[in-house]
Design a protein around this ligand. Sequence first.
Ligand SMILES: [Ca+2]
Length: 465
Amino acid sequence: MNRYNVMCLASSLILAGGWEVPLSSAEIKNVVFLVSDDLKASALGCYGNEVCQTPNLDVLAESGMVFEGTYCQGTSCGPSRRSFMYSRYSGERGKTIGEHLISQGFYSARVGKIFHMRVPGDIIAGTDGVDVKETWTERFNTQGKEAHTDGLYRLLNHNLSTRAPENRQSTKMPYRMFASVVSDGDGSEQPDFKAAVKTVELLEKRAVAEDRFFLATGFVRPHYPSVAPKKYFDMYPLDSIPAPHVPEDDLDDIPELGIAKMTDESSGIGNYPDNIRQMWADYYATVTFMDEQVGKVLAELDARGLRDSTVVIFTSDHGYHLGEHHMWQKSNFHEEAARVPLIISAPGFKPGRSLSITELVDIYPTICELLGVVIPKEVQGTSLVPILRDPETMVKEASLTLDRSGRGLRAPDWAYMRYKDGTEELYDMVNDPGQFTNAVDREELSGKKLEMSELLDEIEQKVKN
Ligand SMILES: [Ca+2]
């Protein structure tokens, strides 16, 4: 049987009587998988942000399914990326999505950061990071000078700025988190710009190649340091940036293990309230810069006539705190850090928005089903194709997020966290979407707490390695 026949059989359902129902009205051959870094869903226009400009992702969103309730499984780069590349909640078993597709005859390539890469360390060095090389037919790193880029360097938690290239803090915590550079360059010196150029080059070749392809491109922004050309910073003057709403006593009802290591106080940025807003402005500047790189990839897909045969998936490894709850960075279960954007634009499916709880581990089996290839038995995620067919479909009861400190569970109306010392958090996401009041000790919610706790145990048991 030739490749075409295999594909036809696999991407359709054969009903009694021999009638075939196609998976979609289009023939899906390829995947472009775009992964941003430390990008919170709420920063995007298509997720309701009215300040941050993301015109290219907004267009992609209009052509695809926007998943409103997607949560990461790992709370930092390494574990999260491993989880979606293997579709395993933790640890590794079976093949990565790239290895699997290669075994099915696909070409698979990585551009930039897909598995864990230290930012800025591996970016400055141009090295592979913790890559799984069997995942790729070819792979390409995109180097950049990061905080050492020529231009105006700012260290916002110390309220310092300099144009001098010497003595810039770029590696130690918490300094590196609060560093930004208004680059003197036109952007072509940036790793994400280089990633877009390389991706476009590969698409040019793929358009005339025989094999079906899986092309994964990782952008490192808006991960710190916030580096982009000046025009992107000019889009976000400080007086246009609202400060996050943070009650003074916000941390009082959060257990110790639920509080991010980096806070206003521990980082020192709390001493400079204007710089908290400047962090938002700089984050947005790099989100817009990253969005422009996404736009180049989408334009190339259109120019090469590949959109009708290629699924485009956009996501991020986890979210980010920018001072909400007095917290900074990632590695915890609160909404800002655990919720991620997920957009799937698949030929032949109608655009829409889904409120279903979904997880990053679901991407792998979704890709398999769309391409008509077998889903390996080690895969723990759930295909989201039923949602692509009907956005009202709910595919799971709750998402599970794992961290060394404990576990986070997110159901449609409730969020629940349980830490290894037994402390807990419970949030009514309908009446308290900002998670300002930990309701775990409310008598009238003891039944709900028990229900969430039991659901967490049940799901964790099911996905144990
Ligand atoms: Ca990350």
